[in-house]
Design a protein around this ligand. Structure first.
Ligand code: KIV
Length: 297
């Protein structure tokens, strides 16, 4: 049996950089969202561990587990047909060594059918990236602000601002390129540095808070659409206020139910008046009697 996939591949993503086509990536964490995002034409869907914050209500990405990620990535894969789905490896699913990383990345591929995984870190993660790629698992890197190290970094800060930090960031991205990563996320990196880095490596850079000089952009669905108001990063675009619309719609529904205005006959189901008439108290007694005698067949 031969199967043909119409999904974007990691090779397609690399080709896009060569052609100079901008790459569009967006997060999605469930079936309906993945469907909408896919139909809108993004190239890649990231089932990010931002899941922990924007969907599960944690203060950081750190509590997210492999089981959480598998559950949500499966839904996003079911909801999409075109985009390359990338599963984000959660905290401590790969930092403990490449063997653990291999086991957990294999879970993503086998249990969710996603096309690639993403993990954080440059030089420190390069050996792991290389082992996964050698095993046939496409990997997207992630440098700059790496949210799983937020306690080590001391907050959500722009990275690579000093010459030494900028050189370190370059080396981190180059280590991922050499290890075989097919692309790298640059998070919270000064725009000029991200543009320079984009010129110096052959794999696509996908920016978030890294300026317009990257090969592509990734945004968190809930930030872009105004569905997460606990904290809005400066780099988040705002293309709609869906959160407000949802709130207004649910408030209107609540008012209507309390006022007896919902449901109307439009949302109700009809019954044959003759059948209804049989439910008058006298008829009902007859029905019960016939039923008790087994005569209603
Ligand atoms: O988890 C996530 O959504 C991410 C993006 C912020 C790149 O890693």
């Amino acid at each position: 049996m031969t199967t043909t996939s119409t999904r974007v591949s990691t090779a397609d993503i690399r080709e896009m950089k060569k052609r100079g086509d901008k790459i569009v990536m967006m997060t999605a964490y469930d079936y309906p969202t993945a469907r909408l995002v896919d139909e809108a034409g993004v190239d890649m869907i990231l089932v990010g561990d931002t899941l922990g914050m924007v969907v599960l209500g944690y203060d950081s990405t750190l509590p997210v587990t492999m089981d959480d990620m598998i559950h949500h990535t499966r839904a996003a894969v079911r909801g999409s047909q075109h985009a390359l789905v990338v599963g984000d490896m959660p905290f401590m699913s790969y930092q403990t060594g490449w063997q653990d990383a291999m086991r957990n990345a294999a879970r993503f591929i086998q249990e969710t059918n996603c096309g690639a995984v993403k993990l954080e870190g440059g030089i420190r993660s390069a050996e792991t990236v290389q082992k996964l790629v050698e095993a046939g698992i496409p990997v997207m890197g992630h440098v700059g602000l790496t949210p799983q190290s937020v306690n080590q970094i001391g907050g959500w800060k722009v990275q690579g601002k000093t010459p030494a930090a900028a050189v370190q960031l370059m080396h981190d991205a180059q280590a991922l390129e050499q290890a075989g990563a097919f692309a790298v996320v640059l998070e919270l990196v000064p725009a000029a540095l991200a543009a320079l880095l984009t010129e110096r490596i052959t794999i696509p850079t996908i920016g978030i808070g890294a300026g317009a000089g990257c090969d592509g952009q990734v945004q968190v669905f809930h930030d872009l659409l105004g569905m997460y108001d606990k904290f809005t990063p400066k780099h988040a675009g705002r293309y709609a206020n869906i959160g407000e619309q949802i709130s207004d719609a649910v408030a209107a529904y609540t008012t209507d139910v309390r006022a007896g205005k919902f449901p109307t006959s439009k949302q109700s189901f009809k019954m044959d008046p003759a059948a209804l008439a049989e439910l008058s108290p006298r008829q009902e007694t007859n029905i019960n009697r016939r039923h008790a005698l087994g005569l209603d067949a």
